[in-house]
Write a protein that binds this ligand. Structure first.
Ligand code: IPE
Ligand code: IPE
Ligand code: MG
Length: 238
């Protein structure tokens, strides 16, 4: 039944931007007595599928949390495996013809080779309208501090909300309408702290490598049941 409903399904303009905290790769691997890095490999596959599925459903902006500023505390071999997965993904990304890639986060501490590949991909795709933000070495607090410091060094003595928004890594797109977190965790883990002010949240027990089109569809249906008030009242409910 759900498969029939999903066929040719399209979102409307109430859902422009969806963001994912892709969590649970390690637990997925552990449940199969596999090394954590295998979980990341299957997580990368789920990520590619999800991007494709969002695109099919007509969602214009997708953001994924791939590596946080706190993830540097993981074992060296796990960090290297994640960097390698990103490297391989970037090579294949050129095959996708209609997505604008934006890496949100601090590139400056990454290897020169990876940084150059990220920048080249961003430049090569900046003409496309559908946006895929990949949050890599991303931290929400660092992002806000960085925006403030940029404003201070350009001579600002006070700042507005608009000033901060326009100096975040995500200044090219609207705030997320829906944030999905997998793996049974109900926290934000330093993701899009400023931008999530009025986002809807969807939490699921599904581990990220198992997150498929059906799960995405379920998250979207849950979103459409929400009443977004933005602090106001909804017509007819006063
Ligand atoms: C998410 O999966 C991927 C990253 C944080 C890079 P985890 O690696 O956090 O998986 P769990 O939470 O240990 O299961
Ligand atoms: C959040 O997941 C970061 C990413 C998905 C990249 P974590 O697994 O790092 O978050 P915590 O440590 O459980 O809060
Ligand atoms: Mg985790």
């Amino acid at each position: 039944m759900i498969f029939n409903k999903m066929k040719n399904y399209k979102v409307d303009n109430r859902l422009k931007h969806i963001a994912f905290i892709m969590d649970g790769n390690g637990r997925w691997a552990k449940a199969r007595s596999l090394p954590r890095n295998v979980g990341h490999k299957y997580g990368a596959k789920a990520f590619e599928e999800t991007v494709k599925n969002c695109h099919e459903f007509g969602i214009k902006i997708v953001t994924v949390y791939a590596f946080s500023t706190e993830n540097w505390s993981r074992p060296k071999n796990e960090i290297e495996a994640i960097m390698e997965l990103l490297d391989t993904y970037i090579e294949r990304a050129y095959e996708q013809k209609d997505i604008r890639y934006v890496f949100v986060g601090d590139k400056s501490v990454l290897s020169e080779d990876l940084r150059n590949k990220m920048i080249s991909l961003e430049k090569a795709t900046d003409k496309y309208d559908n946006i895929l933000n990949i949050a890599f070495n991303y931290g929400g607090r660092a992002e806000i501090v960085n925006a403030c410091n940029t404003l201070i060094s350009s001579g600002a003595s006070s700042v507005s909300e608009e000033d901060i928004s326009s100096h975040l890594y995500t200044s090219h797109c609207s705030d997320p309408d829906l944030i999905v977190r997998t793996a049974n965790e109900q926290r934000i883990s330093n993701f899009l702290l400023w931008q999530c002010a009025y986002s809807e949240f969807y939490f699921t027990n599904i581990l990220w490598p198992d997150f498929d089109k059906k799960e995405l569809y379920k998250a979207i249906q849950s979103y459409y049941k929400r009443k977004r008030r933005f602090g106001g009242l909804i017509k007819g409910e006063e």
